[in-house]
Ligand binder design. Structure first.
Ligand SMILES: [Fe+2]
Length: 246
């Protein structure tokens, strides 16, 4: 089974459109969306429409939960908070049920999918102790080999080998065949607001039979996404950062 992994779309219609277009050529069996559909950028309704229109399995990110319950955004930085309020104002009422029905995690053959960590959509896997903690969680579930996550907006491939050594592996541009004796945490990066220096919309393809991961990205019309942000009256920095991938 080939699984397309997308995450952190954040209301970026141009980026989501480009990724979905590219996925038509990837012959995947499922598309798994790891959350944060709204926030930051200017097109929350259009993104929900696109996702609802296709057989995409989504789960809830912290911004998706905050759009339903704004008190969950109290710890956001001021720019993220302003953009969350914009998403909340803009979102058509008929889409609220879509967000209410999003699960926090999803499980498939050998894998678990979540937004931040398996136990919290707000927690990050950025540092070694955090990767180790989630890999320990996987170890306690013998039916799981891999956990897909998002939230950091950075691609990542964490590995725990049979001796228990945890490492953050370098991301290669080509397909990477994984070791069946190891446990992995995989972050495909962000579709709508990448922060790892590559401004292209990021996604990844996981193949559970050959046990491989291929990190990919696709260019999109950044200028148009920026113009929408400015026209919506959202902070200029949200437009600028898209061009830099930060
Ligand atoms: Fe996010």
């Amino acid at each position: 089974m080939r699984v397309a992994l997308i995450s952190d779309i954040h209301s970026n219609l141009e980026a989501l459109t480009s990724v979905l277009q590219r996925l038509k050529q990837e012959s995947v069996d499922i598309i798994l969306n790891l959350g944060d559909i709204v926030g930051y950028n200017a097109s929350p309704n259009e993104c929900v429409e696109l996702l609802q229109d296709k057989p995409i399995l989504s789960l809830a990110g912290n911004h998706d939960l905050a759009v339903l319950e704004v008190s969950r955004a109290q710890h956001f930085n001021i720019i993220a908070y302003q953009a969350l309020l914009y998403s909340r104002e803009q979102l058509r009422p008929e889409f609220l049920d879509f967000f209410r029905n999003l699960p926090l995690t999803r499980q498939g053959r050998g894998f678990l999918a979540c937004h931040g960590t398996p136990t919290s959509p707000d927690s990050y896997v950025l540092f070694h102790f955090q990767g180790k903690s989630v890999l320990n969680y996987l170890r306690q579930h013998p039916d799981l080999r891999v956990c897909f996550f998002g939230h950091t907006h950075r691609r990542a491939l964490w590995c725990r080998d049979i001796r228990g050594k945890v490492a953050l592996l370098p991301i290669k541009p080509e397909k990477m065949v994984l070791d069946k004796d190891c446990l992995y945490l995989i972050n495909p990066g962000s579709v709508g607001q990448p922060r790892d220096g590559n401004p292209e919309a990021a996604y990844a393809i996981f193949d559970d039979e050959e046990f491989s991961i291929h990190f990919k990205s696709v260019p999109y019309d950044i200028r148009s996404a920026q113009q929408r942000i400015l026209a919506a009256g959202l902070p200029e920095f949200l437009a600028e950062r898209l061009a830099q991938g930060v």
